[in-house]
Design a protein around this ligand. Sequence first.
Ligand code: ATP
Ligand code: MG
Length: 349
Amino acid sequence: MKVYKIAVIPGDGIGKEVVPAAIEVLDRVAELDGNFQFEWTYFPWGCDYYLEHGEMMPIDGIETLKQYDQIFLGAVGMPELVPDHISLWGLLIKIRREMKQSINVRPAKLLAGLESPLKNPRNFDITVVRENSEGEYSDSGGRIHQGADEIAIQNAIFTRKGTERAMRYAFELAKNSRGSVTSATKSNGLTYSMPFWDEIFEEVRKDYPEITTSVNHIDALAAFFVMKPHEFDVIVASNLFGDILTDLGGAIMGSIGIAPAANLNIEGEYPSMFEPVHGSAPDIAGKGIANPIGQIWTGKMMLDFIGQQKAGTQVLTAIEKTLASGIKTGDIGGTSTLGEVKESILSYL
Ligand code: ATP
Ligand code: MG
């Protein structure tokens, strides 16, 4: 029996509600499979921990997490009591960076039974591979002068290694998808970083002659997402561009409450972290009405990543059957509770 040791950080807000639901689903699918099981270890880190201890996680938190195979995280944030820069940089971004989780994979797909705000999004099924460790989100920069002459500078850092790693990962994914990779660029406006990005894309692409490629400026790509979303398969994007595109992808799917994501350390040197796109949703926390599908689908991504694809497919099928039967939370136009959605997914499994 293969046993996976998973560190669980439910975090804040609805994270505390959707994570237990997803764990029930993952345990069920493992039990049905019979060849593997999960060993969950809970860490109560996040904003409550911060309010008590003055830090989001203990000093040796990263070392502790390194002892696990993977990390399963809900959401972090309590903006009314803890400023976002503390909660994000003290936990989420810290884990992503220190564990070198340099690839962020975010699929978006119009599941059966869901309504998109777009009228006719035929076969919307994309995966955004977002560079997760550098690019526009750097801590290099500063502010100079004061008053009317004040200047803020934010440097974007693109390394050949980081850029190439994200691109190669996108090409590998495309081999098992519909064989197409689109590069999100903006080399007509950003005159150092994006021409570099384009050059590397051109080089990497030569190693994958079987993959169809296209290059779009990010502004046009955002428009194409709305006008012809069915034309895209895998998209590779920088940190900022990928962030924006995946929120748009979530919206096209019908709700951010469905969108799954993974922060991957593809070298396998440290654990990867599986965390949905949505945040802690303080406006609906504690009411039992949050959509658990984003967290459960994120669990499916973890199953795929650890090599349990069969179980992963079963989870997604059970999600689709639940939606098609009309069992939906409020964010996607239904009246069901979190518990009802979870029970339905368990019963379809
Ligand atoms: P954070 O700073 O933690 O990212 P946020 O407010 O920026 O929080 P979300 O927490 O993702 O972003 O919430 C954005 C909106 O989407 C909120 O109105 C929230 O209620 C809704 N939402 C997010 N996740 C879900 C979910 N799982 N089910 C239902 N609604 C959700
Ligand atoms: Mg947010």
